[in-house]
Design a protein around this ligand. Structure first.
Ligand code: PLP
Length: 224
């Protein structure tokens, strides 16, 4: 199977699971996660018409997508990894969507930088649904206050929420929790579900699924 075969298989799985749940497949966006893969690896997918991609590092995304964007128009790039405030300028230049807004300092820096660059990115708040100490994201019990602060203090429009459930745990309670926080805050977008659990996430309301290895193949972190 080629990457394009695997992309098509994932799209088919998304559509059929959506229909099984009585949802419109068009409500669900596949974010293809290309982190650790070189630019050439994305070319067949771009040639096949896929336009929405996710990267977890600002530097890597700039190096890879600067070139690819000159060859392919209409790319929508999502930052799905943590953002350091000293990288805000580059992040706003590079990405269309930031899925990892998770603390006041970043919210403030993004508001200021988007104003400076005259660019409005779509923003999602990352929630650390498993309250894991090493993981990015606002804690579930702090999410409402943080979303309110983004909106009221920093004038940010928040489109939705993102989560990465703890490894080795049942994902469904985490997806359900994210959906519940989104609903009570009037948020429409839910970025949840990865290669191993995106069908479950669709069942629980995902509007964005972030699929890496199931399309790109296994990642090799030993390469530079
Ligand atoms: C790497 C990554 C993914 C993709 O993971 P796969 O299991 O390879 O599909 C999704 N979301 C985030 C935040 C990631 O860092």
């Amino acid at each position: 199977m080629t990457v394009v075969d695997r992309l098509n298989a994932a799209k088919d799985a998304i559509s059929s699971r959506a229909r099984d749940c009585g949802r419109d497949p068009a409500e669900i966006t596949l974010v293809c996660v290309t982190k650790t893969f070189p630019a050439e690896a994305a070319v067949p997918l771009l040639e096949a018409g896929h336009r929405v991609y996710g990267e977890n590092k600002v530097q890597e995304a700039r190096a890879k997508w600067g070139e690819l964007r000159q060859r392919f128009s209409g790319v929508e790039l999502h930052l799905i990894g943590p953002l350091q405030s000293n990288k805000t300028r580059e992040a706003v230049e590079t990405f269309d969507v930031i899925e990892s807004v998770d603390r006041p300092k970043i919210a403030e820096a993004l508001a200021e930088e988007m104003r400076r660059q005259g660019k409005r990115l779509r923003l999602l708040v990352q929630v650390n649904t498993g309250a894991e100490p090493q993981k990015a994201g606002v804690l579930p019990h702090e999410a409402d206050a943080f979303i309110a602060e983004c909106r009221e203090k920093h004038g940010l429009e928040i489109a939705g929420l993102m989560c990465v459930p703890p490894v080795g745990e049942q994902a469904s309670p985490h997806f359900a929790l994210l959906a519940e926080i989104a609903a009570r805050n009037g948020l429409k977008e839910l970025s949840m579900g990865m290669s191993s659990d995106y069908e479950l996430a669709i069942q629980l309301g995902a509007t964005h699924v972030r699929i890496g290895s199931a399309i790109m193949g296994e990642r090799d972190y030993s390469k530079p």
